[in-house]
Write a protein that binds this ligand. Structure first.
Ligand code: PBG
Length: 335
């Protein structure tokens, strides 16, 4: 029957019929959030205990603390965590040399988690911004621009070092052209053919990354500079995002990421309908901080607002979601 035909119209058709009771609403849901959907981004630093002031409820953890929390995350059913190192200033340099140190903070954290909590997956960030004095994700050319191909060469080594430390999935978040294919070849050549690549395929130059940059200390390094020559312009069409995704898949990406989350739900939906690989979404630091700030004022209730946001990612087609509330949300889901 045509839904606009007279027979399908009110009063015979009453859409409220399926909203009458809790069990009925549960019955007819098309998507449901569960623990398997939650991936946990975490900040690791050398010292213990460092709250991130712009992200209430988020702490920078020492390796010991991280191992404990990883154990909890695994018990709560979270499949994997995504590791972001907070690198001491003394280890930052213009060429990000520390990124290639096999004993750097990220590698030590990976080895510790693999040893103590082998049942949780580890996603390692591939990008140079935690390690550069200038805060850019890549190396600078003489004119101050971010140099694509020299950066890709370093990213390949960074990815191989993370894989060597035991990282299960490497996640290039840098947005250089051609890096997925180059990293795949480098991993294979180094004997890491089973290490998967999660490409931050469509990553926009967003104002919502502010609290993350505070957390890893790259905002003061970046100063007035931005990342608009490599991260995507928010006003391009979703077709450009599709082109980024299609290229990354062709180059060997096993999964792709759309980022940020809620402000780019149209892009996520567009990609999820076409992509042949799992499509992940990232509820970024600014989205999390905005909800927390409103909740702290008493203007929103964090739990239902956050559940609604995360459910929206599922409805739009996300296979899984990076969220700073992964642990808390997993607890809610188990209640
Ligand atoms: C940088 C990186 C960023 C985030 C993840 N990796 C920030 C940036 O691009 O400046 C942001 C994540 C967040 O805001 O939660 N490689």
């Amino acid at each position: 029957m045509n839904e606009t035909s007279p027979l399908g119209a009110y009063p015979t058709t009453r859409l409220r019929r399926l909203r009458r009771s809790a069990w009925l609403r549960r019955l007819v849901r098309a998507s449901r959030l569960c623990q398997d959907d939650l991936l946990w981004p975490v900040f690791v630093q050398e010292e213990s205990g460092g709250p991130v002031s712009s992200m209430p409820g988020v702490e920078r953890l020492s390796i010991d603390q991280l191992v404990k929390e990883s154990h909890r995350a695994a018990q709560l059913g979270i499949p994997a965590l995504a590791l972001f190192p907070v690198v001491d200033d003394q280890h930052k340099s213009p060429h990000a040399d520390e990124a290639l140190n096999p004993d750097n903070l990220a590698c030590r954290a990976i080895r510790a988690i693999k040893k103590e909590v082998p049942e949780i997956g580890i996603i390692g960030d591939v990008a140079l911004d935690p390690y550069t004095t200038h805060g850019q994700d890549g190396l600078l050319a003489a004119d101050g621009s971010v140099a694509n191909d020299p950066t890709v060469a370093v990213l390949c080594n960074q990815a191989a070092i993370l894989a060597q430390a035991g990282c299960d999935i490497v996640a290039p978040s840098d947005m250089m052209d051609g890096r997925i294919g180059a990293i795949r070849r480098a991993l294979d050549a180094a004997g890491h053919s089973q290490t998967a690549i999660l490409a931050y395929a469509a990553k926009y130059a967003s104002a919502y990354y502010g609290p993350f940059r505070d957390a890893v200390g790259s905002s003061k390094a970046l100063g007035q500079n931005d990342k608009k020559t490599y991260q995507m312009d928010p006003n391009r069409s979703p077709q450009e995002a599709w082109r980024e995704v299609a290229l990354d898949i062709a180059e060997g990406a096993d999964m792709v990421m759309i980022k940020p989350g809620l402000p780019y739900l149209d892009v996520l939906c567009h990609i999820a309908q076409q992509a042949s690989v799992p499509v992940l979404a990232y509820q970024v630091s600014g989205e999390y901080a905005a909800l927390q700030a409103a909740a702290a004022q008493g203007w929103l209730d964090f739990r239902p607002a956050q559940m609604e946001a995360l459910s929206a990612f599922k409805r739009a087609g996300a296979t899984a979601i990076f969220t700073y509330s992964a642990l808390e949300t997993a607890v809610w889901l188990s209640e």
